[in-house]
Design a protein around this ligand. Structure first.
Ligand SMILES: Nc1ncnc2c1ncn2[C@@H]1O[C@H](COP(=O)(O)OP(=O)(O)OP(=O)(O)O)[C@@H](O)[C@H]1O
Ligand SMILES: O=C(O)[C@H](O)[C@@H](O)[C@H](O)[C@H](O)CO
Length: 232
């Protein structure tokens, strides 16, 4: 069974198929095959709204790059860490890797927040924003499939995964140098062990982030701008 990200690129409307999510968690991948949508129907002329999910293991720079994109695009930014329940943060702080079970509800709440962020808001003069940036590790393909449901059935919504790629040594340095964060360097190995790079997933953009903050900022903005140009 192909994951949504593995299927050939449809005309800007991600397809989501059932993923390897346990039946008991069927609500994670709601049955939208009847054309239902998680969104209110949008009018045919609505501009495409883009969900930019900045992904990668703890410490790779998701929050840093996410904030750069928020400013550049002028859209809301959701920090995935804020949607982890305390139990997850406690577990990671104790050096215990999260399991799939720990992550499903976290991913669902983050997906719902992303959908809600696309609604018109006072902050945006009661207009819908051009999109939303989400910092979310989304380490595994099936986690990205859960997030893909946010755009399912909504041709005006397009999700992209901006995967921040760096080698273990650099990742270890960044997590080690970081002050007062619950995720310690002892967790780097488990993050990399869980990581499934989005190879072959047509809605993913991979960016090497081993350079300086300035280089990474430039590369992230360039990659996203090039992707946006495809929708003009
Ligand atoms: N290009 C870079 N060069 C050097 N340091 C960086 C770079 N990008 C981010 N950092 C630093 O690396 C650390 C981790 O960055 P950040 O918090 O953005 O990662 P993250 O992926 O959001 O982490 P987590 O998933 O644990 O929240 C921070 O101290 C940040 O300042
Ligand atoms: O899925 C996970 O294991 C977590 O989401 C980590 O990858 C995050 O980076 C965590 O929020 C630490 O900040």
């Amino acid at each position: 069974m192909l994951s949504a990200g593995e299927r050939p690129q449809p005309p800007h409307a991600p397809k989501v198929n059932s993923t390897s999510v346990p039946v008991s968690k069927a609500h994670i991948m709601p049955d939208l095959t009847n054309g239902a949508s998680l969104h209110e129907p949008k009018n045919a002329n609505a501009q495409t709204q883009h969900i930019w999910v900045v992904t990668g293991p703890a410490g790779c720079g998701k929050s840093t790059a996410g904030n750069v994109l928020r400013k550049h695009l002028g859209v809301p930014f959701l920090e995935g860490d804020d949607y982890h329940p305390a139990a997850n943060k406690e577990k990671m702080g104790q050096g215990i890797p999260l399991t799939d079970e720990d992550r499903w509800d976290w991913l669902i709440s983050l997906r719902q927040a992303a959908i809600e962020a696309l609604s018109p808001s006072e902050a945006n003069n009661n207009h819908p924003p051009a999109g939303v940036v989400v910092a979310c590790s989304a380490l595994k393909q099936k986690y990205r499939d859960v997030m893909r449901v946010a755009a399912y059935g909504s041709p005006n919504v397009q999700i992209h995964f901006v995967y921040l790629k760096l080698d273990e040594k650099v990742l270890f340095q960044r997590v080690t140098q970081r002050q007062s964060h619950y995720m310690k360097s002892s967790m780097v190995q488990s993050q990399l062990a869980a990581l499934e790079e989005p190879k072959g997933e047509w809605d993913a953009i991979t960016i090497n982030v081993e350079g300086s903050m300035e280089d990474v900022q430039r590369n992230v903005i360039q990659a996203v701008s090039e992707k946006l140009a495809e929708y003009e």
